[in-house]
Design a protein around this ligand. Sequence first.
Ligand code: MF3
Ligand code: CO
Length: 258
Amino acid sequence: MILLKTQRDLEAMRPACQVARTVLDEVTGWIAPGMTTREIDLYAAERMKAHGARSAFLGYRKYPCYCCISVNEEVVHGLAGERRVQFGDIVSLDVGIFYNGFVGDNARTIAVGGCDVLAQRLMDVTECSLYEGIAQAVPGNRVVDISRAIQRHVESNGFSVVREFVGHGVGRSVHEDPQVPNYVDGKTSPKLRPGMTLAIEPMVNAGSSAVEILKDGWTVVAKDGKPSAHFEHTVLITEAEPEILTCPEKMPLRLKAQ
Ligand code: MF3
Ligand code: CO
């Protein structure tokens, strides 16, 4: 069942998404070569607390960390530990928080200091694919129109879309209906309606789309060991243009997609 948000819900959810965005900015801006992923996770926890928010991931299906930190070939759900990030690594940081009774969910991949051209292009294509998807998030379209736009952008640039994990509805809980795949799966797809709030989150591999889960039970990695990137926004469907709740700057979508 897809839960449509009322104006009252949105008055609470908008600030939740803005806090999620702020924490993501603060943590990605703080990451530097030599830090352990544990230090990064604890800094995220501190920033969440400073804003009066709490992690939406910690404890979810027994997830043991405050956020997800996935390095290089790690796709999503990377666990914090003693690994030190190095110059040239790319780090996908996924931040989901509870605030005002609602979840804000967003993610971004950054380079630690700098990275090679392949990783940079992978990040650029993944981020653009997110905005291509968001541009389709309008009433009259279906979820599959978002999926198709993402897949098209990724594959036309020679990369591949992860299939095992998908975007999702988001609201009072982290995962609501509907699922938002990043590829066309051929299933019947719900119509988009004003008041829907979706976490759109392409996960894109430089090599093959095949993934596996490490023995820790969480970390998803690209099977071929090539890098992977992940960008996510929480988006509100409105009567007009989609409202990117985790990107409160009112920048025209056309500019964002460039
Ligand atoms: N943004 C991811 C998602 O929505 C993060 C989930 S991590 C988990 O699926 F721990 F909550 F599973
Ligand atoms: Co999500």
